[in-house]
Design a binder for this molecule. Structure first.
Ligand code: FPP
Length: 242
């Protein structure tokens, strides 16, 4: 997809939803309580993003590295995702929200895979916000997987070398989404943690001190307001200096 439109309103917002665990432990609760509250926050933010006409919202729900966590925490997160894919997010379908999932399928339980199919099928014809949930996801893995798909297409002569460029590369990623305009990371940390590195090449990055369960519409509004004032130059010089 083209990324040289100097737009003011964001089309694609992405969130690294960090701080669920710290939100819970700071309240003397189990980490799982933070994930439960984070899921509620996500539901609220998705409804709001849809209301203000954001077209794409990508969120980091579970990275390939998150499998290193305790079996109890991984199990809880998987059960929570299943509950949202089979129940909560189905209800958002009436708002026109389409849910898509990005990530590798390996290591995921069958009931998780079934719930992924379920929510993607139920919402596939919706034409408002696209909620892209990154699950068992890693950006480096995504770029490697895309490169392997390209190698296969070249080998089978489906494509020629000159058809590969930085725009056509998007079609080989897990989902063909527009570039990210705003990338938000909550939870006080300042890193990208292997999240949508190709799509975030020109994103404006915002680090929020809120733990994700505390992130809200007001904070999103103020980030969007700030974004609307930024001149995105994509390597060009300031317009005033031309
Ligand atoms: C990072 O915080 C968060 C996660 C690994 C899980 C994020 C998942 C949700 C918000 C629920 C998603 C629900 C749906 C329906 C997609 P952390 O646990 O690493 O926090 P910490 O850094 O404070 O420990």
């Amino acid at each position: 997809m083209e990324n040289n439109d100097k737009i003011k309103a964001p089309c694609h917002v992405a969130i690294i939803m960090d701080g669920n665990g710290r939100w819970a432990t700071s309240r003397g609760k189990k980490r799982s309580a933070g994930h439960k509250q984070g899921a509620k926050t996500l539901e609220q933010i998705a409804i709001y993003a849809n209301k203000i006409n954001i077209k794409y919202l990508s969120v980091y729900a579970f990275s390939t590295d998150n499998f290193k966590r305790s079996a109890e925490e991984v199990g809880f997160l998987m059960d929570l995702l299943i509950y949202y894919f089979n129940n909560k997010l189905v209800k958002l379908s009436k708002e026109g929200i389409r849910v898509i999932i990005s990530g590798r399928k390996d290591h995921l339980r069958n009931d998780v895979l079934e719930s992924i199919d379920n929510i993607q099928k139920i919402t596939k014809d919706n034409d408002r916000l696209v909620l892209n949930i990154c699950l068992n996801y890693g950006a480096q893995e995504e770029i490697v997987d895309a490169s392997l798909k390209i190698a296969n297409d070249l080998e089978s002569k489906k494509i020629t070398r000159d058809s590969i460029n930085k725009d056509s590369f998007y079609k080989y990623l897990y989902q063909d989404l527009p570039p990210i305009d705003i990338l938000i990371r909550t939870g006080k940390e300042h890193r990208l943690s292997n999240f949508m590195l190709y799509q975030a090449s020109y994103a404006e990055i915002y680090f929020s001190d809120s733990y994700f369960p505390d992130f809200n519409e007001k904070e999103l509004d103020s980030i969007i307001e700030d974004f609307s004032k930024v001149e995105r130059r994509y390597g060009d010089v300031k317009r005033i200096e031309k």
